[in-house]
Design a protein around this ligand. Structure first.
Ligand SMILES: Nc1nc2c(c(=O)[nH]1)N[C@H]1C(S)=C(S)[C@@H](COP(=O)(O)O)O[C@H]1N2
Ligand SMILES: [Mo]
Length: 164
């Protein structure tokens, strides 16, 4: 795809924007308009249901958004340490501090990753921050609510090491 103008940022706090920080080649921040400039994918409609309680929350029309892998690839992962990507995890943080995780393998080496998106549109209508935009959504999850993060603020790349 064509390269897209994004902000290369130094600090992890940018009001109203999604920030990719941590072990990336270049930390980036994206506002909703910048997210719209990337190749988009459309999700299948689904029922939002809580993992903890199995509570039905609501039916959700198809989301449109950019794949999380597209944004991670744009920020780039370092290659100075051989194989480091295989123990990298991505921590997604909502504006309220709500946190969920993804592994590199899950995103880049399983079908799950093809359906993980940062959504900015639902049922053909643009979402604003009051409606939760940008929303992180993992479309292959059995119960979608936990990894349906409203007002996604940050994606952090962390490299894990064995505790031994
Ligand atoms: N930012 C943010 N997103 C979140 C959560 C949260 O606490 N913060 N909770 C998740 C969980 S566990 C559930 S069940 C649903 C609740 O969705 P609702 O607030 O629309 O009922 O939001 C999901 N997304
Ligand atoms: Mo939940």
């Amino acid at each position: 795809m064509d390269s897209v103008n994004v902000n290369v940022i130094a600090a992890p706090a940018v009001a109203g924007a999604l920030v990719l920080s941590g072990r990336f080649r270049r930390p980036l921040s994206f506002d909703l308009d910048q997210l719209r400039r990337y190749e988009s994918v459309v999700a299948t409609p689904f029922d939002l249901r809580c993992y903890t309680t199995n509570r039905f929350i609501r039916s959700v029309e198809p989301y449109r958004g950019v794949r999380l892998t597209t944004l991670i690839t744009e920020a780039g992962l370092p290659d100075s340490v051989p194989g480091e990507f295989k123990r990298t995890v991505f921590v997604a943080v909502g504006h309220d501090g709500y946190v969920v995780t993804f592994s590199w393998h899950e995103l880049f080496n399983t079908p799950v990753g093809e359906n993980v998106m940062v959504a900015y549109e639902c049922g053909g209508r643009a979402l604003d921050a009051e409606e939760g935009a940008p929303i992180l959504f993992s479309g292959s999850d059995i119960l979608p609510a936990p990894r349906h993060v409203k007002r996604l603020a940050r994606i952090e790349a962390h490299v894990l090491a064995s505790l031994a």
